[in-house]
Design a protein around this ligand. Sequence first.
Ligand code: SAH
Ligand code: SF4
Ligand code: F3S
Length: 443
Amino acid sequence: MAPKMYIETYGCQMNEYESDRTFRTFEQAHGFARTEKIDNADLVLLNTCSIRDKADQKAFSSLGRLRVAKTLRPEMVIAVGGCLVQSQGDEIRRRAPFVDVVFGTHQWEKLPTLVEKARKERQQIVDVDMYGWNKYKFLPYRSAIGVHPVSEFVTIQNGCDKFCTFCLVPFTRGREVSRSPEEIFDEVKLLSEKGTKEVTLLGQNVNAYGRDRSGQIGFGELLDRVAEVPELKRIRFMTSHPSEMSDELVERLADNPKICRHLHLPLQSGSDRVLDKMNRQYTLREFRKRVESLRKAMPDLTLTTDLIVGFPSETEDDFQSTLNAVNEFEFDDSFSFVYSPRPNTKAAKWVEDFVNADVASERLDRLQALQRAIQTKKNVQTVGKQYEVLVEGASRKNPKELAGKNQHHHTINFEAASDLVGELVQIRILEARHNTLKGERVP
Ligand code: SAH
Ligand code: SF4
Ligand code: F3S
């Protein structure tokens, strides 16, 4: 019988990508099948995140479940990796001595070797070295088994050099490294030949792609070249940093119809004082200028953002500036969080400036209520409009309906008699629901 692999993944799309490609590697090399039950797994992979305290808590409670599973089935091999391990590896080893492989964010490529070693030696293997700039190895894409028929992630960059004062990523993923264009093209070509219609290019600061590789192409050219893959219908990317959106990039986005009309551009705060303390490297005025040029070049562009409330020393006035900015820019969606102090980061040391937890959570509620109101208004404005929708599969709530996305950011449901997965269809919006739009097919 095929050995079974159980995977739990927390965190961003880059973690999802790493878990997914790692499974496909084990599937191809050792015939592993995926299982959704820990109890019958031969190999367990826990891929952790540490972006906020809640992410840490989730990983530690997963470790509790894994401890039980390992007691019942001692022959299973448990590998725990990712950003929390990179940041708090010693704590994981102390609290979870039963874990067989403890690995950091730079070991993905050699995980099969580490697992094999643990299996043979029957002792805990620890490898959390950060290999430093340019020695980082991206996961090789060896297997075309299980390619998604509609949409796939492709990592193009690892790490971050920005050092926003709240953020752990530069400490967990290390310095910014760009993947070679050849590897990216090979992966995109293989995926699209196997049926994928859309790729999302991933990195923490994709606009800086190529900067670490002198003489190599930059992000704009990478996008154009990826768009040349004939079978590919759509390209998405994230995350863009507002201080790195050049005019040239804006032009390229506007000129290329395969690049989706949706940009995720994290603002974080509407107060210049707070932005400065966050080390974001832009002012509200500069952000506004960026948004204006983007909307001028692409009037139908959908804009989403990330926001933090309760950053150390944030006053009610600062918070009001964030509310004003949300009102002004009318983001189509936003992900908002209460500031969470992270080990090693600068802001975590400003303890005397920490904002009271109740005040911060009340601010978050107000911000999210405002965002919901804006979103409802914007969703209603889509009624009667017609969009090209890439069909993803059956709708989650109603099996008679299919669901897909337009180029922007909207999920659209519609009734259909036949299986249209992976096809582009024209849909007119009939009704705006809470998080989705309902439409009908236009011949
Ligand atoms: N590279 C992206 C962000 C990656 S982390 C960028 O520069 O925007 C995703 C989001 O998590 C961030 O945009 C931020 O809003 C939030 N975040 C990161 N660290 C946080 C912290 N310590 N507390 C609360 N939110 C945080
Ligand atoms: Fe973190 Fe800032 Fe880098 Fe984004 S740009 S990953 S928020 S340090
Ligand atoms: Fe989390 Fe690491 Fe991604 S901290 S958000 S998994 S880069």
